[in-house]
Design a protein around this ligand. Structure first.
Ligand code: PGA
Length: 249
């Protein structure tokens, strides 16, 4: 089985001005100097350049939190993959549950966004996950299967290795209610099984867990065989806390 490099991403959501982003990176870098993991900062559009400039010469990668699937056009308020690449951004979060729920992002759009990101040379961090209702109704696997099938419909098997999947149960996001390590492992293993069925490089794909990851629970979650990293929201806003999670990986 190939060794998968751990992947720990900070999803700042709509937090941090340029000045705050700069202070964060300056405080983070010395704390994670020894890490062998991929460390990714998913910053708001306005702070991307500030993070990119400060991380040159380090292992930190920079991701946007969304993009439009078209290369250009009359799409007021949107940003294309090429615009991100021009800033030396390397990755993009797609399909976060907040975008699906609050901004109406559909699986149809994601089926176009994922290949558009790959074509532009961006690493998609594709988020999937079930609602509390779906979990209670025994529909977790059905939801994951439906989302992955739809969102990766136009991605050939051999391109899968360039994608990162984040399993984020909606009921665990920002709620303080973390999935147990068994629940998270079970879902991530199921996602890997689905990728295997697509004949892709399933063993190479990094699968992250997201949802109330904290320094106190990171080591146990990241110690699971199919969990290769974390997508961290609230606990990524503080450099010391985020560094602890990185160093637990
Ligand atoms: P949380 O957010 O860590 O605050 O639960 C995770 C996410 O939404 O990516």
């Amino acid at each position: 089985m190939p060794e998968r490099t751990p992947y720990v991403a900070a999803n700042w959501k709509m937090h941090k001005t340029v000045a705050e982003a700069g202070e964060f990176v300056d405080a983070l870098l010395p704390r994670i100097a020894a890490t062998q993991s991929d460390v990714v900062i998913c910053a708001p559009f306005t702070a991307l350049s500030a993070v990119v400039e400060r991380r040159y010469g380090t292992a930190v990668k920079v991701a946007a939190q969304n993009m439009h699937e078209e290369a250009s056009g009359a799409f007021t308020g949107e940003v294309s993959a090429a615009m991100l690449v021009e800033l030396d951004v390397e990755a993009v979060v797609l399909g976060h549950s907040e975008r699906r729920q609050l901004f109406g992002e559909t699986d149809g759009e994601l089926a176009r966004k994922v290949p558009a990101a790959l074509d532009a040379g961006l690493e998609p961090i594709l988020c999937v996950g079930e609602s509390e209702e779906a979990r209670d109704g025994g529909q977790t696997e059905a939801v994951l299967e439906r989302q992955l099938q739809a969102d990766l419909a136009d991605v050939p098997g051999e391109a899968l290795a360039g994608i990162v999947i984040a399993y984020e149960p909606i009921w665990a996001i920002g709620t303080g209610r973390t999935a147990t390590s068994e629940q998270a492992q079970e879902a991530c293993a199921y996602i890997r099984d689905l990728l295997r069925e697509r004949g892709g490089a399933a063993e190479e794909v990094r699968i992250l867990y997201g949802g109330s990851v904290k320094p106190a629970n990171a080591a146990e979650l990241l110690g699971q065989p199919d969990i290769d990293g974390a997508l961290v929201g609230g606990a990524s806003l503080d450099p010391a806390e985020f560094a602890e999670i990185v160093n637990a990986a």
